[in-house]
Design a protein around this ligand. Structure first.
Ligand SMILES: *Cc1c(COP(=O)(O)O)cnc(C)c1O
Length: 668
């Protein structure tokens, strides 16, 4: 059943919590007006009380109201994300605490670029970073020298770019330092740099693991603190000149011929923000190496092979990206194997970072976290689920703590309004490398320094001005629903349970329509995304199958030309491409659908029904109200009945309209 603890959390599919929402919103907006009036109550109102009688005042308000009504009228054509009939893309209802916090913060308009413009919400943003760090298993005690750091970004794309930018700067910094010292007539060894840096050639310095790079940075900062101001300025200027951010990638690698532009290794399933990121940073998509998958999870053996190749060719690697919740399938990469590969490679002199793109799945980590912040055992996590966490999934979440940085989107499974992604870095000291002025010396010695440093947030982030209201929304939400299994975890729990029920119902659906279509789930879901492939019975051609699925999707998509109510359910569609799938999974799925592999051509064509890919239906089960026990409704189940009807209608076949709901109603 829907967990009753979730009843007050959202406005609700029917707007059930409207009174709560309205009462709090009006109260807090009034509170904002009192705040304005109490600033200097002796200042008289600047807008005269009789202003409202003016003709131009009235004309303005009339125009404004007309346009606002036009806006809300137009917005009625929006996608009904709040409805449990919507199981298409990654969107759902919004958490009330976040929505309210965002709305009541807007009129204060804080700008989280710098503490001076956001005395309250910038501090909240730093706290949000620590709340997320704790959820991931990173150190979140500000007094620890290696405490994590996180900040909000416009979204997952921007957080991924931030991760790549930081990794690149970190990688190029040690060779730049060595070059700067040489230019000043010194070297790294006499400059008393840390254990772990033995020989000082560029190959070694350009392939340090993050821990050594951080130790080097620490030693350098300590060293600078001991020299006279003039000498410090000279050294700092020499270093600034040698850094990749000054020289640019081309000149930097020309000056360090032992190093090549590094590879960025992602699984083939990676989000398209990764090609964007390598292009934007000037690394070029040629440096993007993709690792094949097995059932949409990165093939860790293939990663090892690729890393061996890099080692043999003396090819630097910038980072290995693991995906925690792929955008299309919600599948989870073996992060534990990636961390192990990083350790093995580091020992062999090929250091790189492991970054996790958890834009989608980040908040699933709440299911693995106890209230005291510790990791729950696989047995505890499994309680109440049929098969979650599947093989390797617990190990992947457990390994999060050992990764170098993570992208999480509060505006996806955090149920917050758009404009809220997050970048979290396991050790905040690395952030010093991003500081926009060369003054990257951190004051240290306690929590206040940690906060003070990051109050100049815009020095470290891609974004400049940014919404303090988004930070308030995330902060308040995480306070109301702490990021552990007992609190926030109840939401993903509900959605994973819904996905498990849906997965089981698909078996019944498949049996019920077996006379007219062949149905298969191409990949067993790891979380709350479930895809469905269907092929008309007797058909062996991929193009025909695709045309059929495209026709189904036509009934399941938003059509701005038609009233919303004409649609019963919303789903989404995605394409399986042989290049991504690999031969093994391609053959397996085609065989399950009884399709002839020879009809899957490799010629890229753009039109729907093209036969270079296989179209499948994709369902995001993130709405917390998918199952309504009070009224004996299970929306994904109703959807499957609807789909069965559609399938029959399209195939011109008769048969029962309801195939699942009747016998199974109420049962889980
Ligand atoms: C959604 C998503 C992104 C991009 O995030 P935006 O917030 O849309 O910029 C990146 N990676 C993954 C895995 C995603 O699911």
């Amino acid at each position: 059943m829907t967990d009753p603890a979730l009843y007050p959390c959202f406005l609700g599919p029917y707007g059930e919590n409207d009174e709560l929402f309205e009462r709090v919103l009006v109260e807090l907006l009034r509170d904002h007006v009192f705040w304005r009036r109490n600033f200097h109550p002796e200042d008289p109102p600047a807008i005269p009380t009789h202003a409202a009688q003016r003709a131009d005042y009235q004309a303005f308000t009339a125009r404004m109201r007309r346009e606002l009504h036009a806006l809300t009228a137009a917005l009625k054509r929006s996608v009904p994300f709040h409805s449990p009939r919507y199981i298409g893309h990654m969107a759902s209802d919004l958490l009330l605490p976040g929505l309210l916090a965002q709305m009541v913060t807007l009129p204060y308009n804080p700008n989280n670029v710098v503490g001076d413009a956001a005395p309250v919400t910038l501090d909240m943003e730093i706290s949000v970073g620590l709340q997320l760090a704790r959820m991931l298993g990173y150190p979140d005690d500000e007094t620890r020298p290696d405490c994590a750091f996180g900040c909000l970004t416009s979204g997952g794309t921007s957080a991924n770019i931030q991760a790549l930018r930081l990794a690149l700067i970190q990688k190029c910094w040690p060779p730049a330092l060595a070059a700067a010292l040489r230019a000043c007539g010194e070297d790294l060894v006499t400059a008393a740099l840390p254990a772990g840096v033995t020989a000082c050639d560029d190959w070694q310095l350009g392939n340090l693991p993050a821990v050594t790079a951080i130790a080097l940075l620490e030693a350098w900062v300590a060293r600078l603190a001991t020299v006279p101001a003039a000498e410090r300025a000279r050294l700092a200027a020499a270093l600034a000149q040698q850094r990749v951010e000054s020289l640019g990638i081309a000149e930097f690698f020309r000056r360090h011929p032992q190093l090549d532009a590094p590879w960025v290794i992602t699984p083939v399933t990676a989000h398209y923000s990764w090609p964007k990121a390598v292009k934007l940073l000037g690394l070029g998509s040629a440096q993007l190496r993709t690792v094949p998958e097995r059932a949409m999870r990165m093939d860790a053996d293939a990663l090892d092979t690729l890393l061996d190749q890099a080692q043999r060719q003396r090819q630097p690697v910038l980072m290995v990206v693991g995906v925690l919740g792929t955008t299309e399938f919600g599948t989870i990469d073996p992060l534990d194997r990636m961390v192990a590969a990083r350790e093995r490679s580091a020992a062999a002199g090929l250091g790189f970072d492991v970054h996790v793109d958890a834009a989608w799945g980040g908040y699933l980590a709440t299911l693995f976290r106890a209230e005291d912040g510790s990791l729950l055992s696989p047995e505890r996590v499994r309680e109440g689920f049929a098969r979650f966490p599947g093989a390797g999934v617990h190990a992947a979440f457990a390994a999060l703590a050992a990764t170098d940085s993570v992208t999480v989107d509060p505006h996806k499974l955090g149920y917050l309004p758009y404009g809220a992604g997050a970048f979290i870095c396991r050790d905040h000291r690395r952030m010093a490398l991003l500081a926009e002025d060369a003054d990257y010396v951190f004051d240290r010695g306690g929590a206040s320094d940690y906060r003070a440093t990051f109050r100049a947030l815009g020095r470290y982030t891609l974004e400049g001005s940014k919404s303090g209201a988004a930070a308030a929304a995330a902060y308040v939400t995480h306070r109301v629903l702490p990021l552990d299994r007992e609190h926030f975890g109840r939401i993903p729990r509900e959605t994973v349970l819904a996905a498990e029920r849906f997965r089981a119902d698909i078996e019944r659906f498949a049996a019920a329509v077996a006379d007219c279509v062949t149905v298969t789930v191409p990949f067993e879901p790891d979380s709350n995304l479930v895809c469905l492939a269907l092929n008309p019975r007797g058909n062996r051609a991929v193009a025909v199958c695709n045309a059929f699925v495209a026709q189904l999707h036509e009934r399941l998509r938003v059509d701005p030309q038609q009233p919303l109510q004409t649609k019963a359910f919303f789903g989404s569609i995605t394409a399986l491409r042989p290049a991504t799938l690999g031969a093994h999974d391609t053959m397996r799925i085609l065989a399950a659908l009884d399709l002839d592999p020879r009809t899957l051509t490799a010629t890229p064509q753009a039109q729907a029904g093209a036969d270079d890919r296989l179209l499948i239906l994709r369902h995001t089960l993130m709405n917390p109200f998918l199952r309504d026990e009070e009224n004996d409704r299970d929306y994904p189940r109703m959807y499957l009945d609807y789909l069965a009807g559609l399938v029959r209608a399209l195939r011109g076949a008769g048969g029962p309209a309801v195939v699942i709901a009747a016998p199974a109603a109420g049962a889980r």
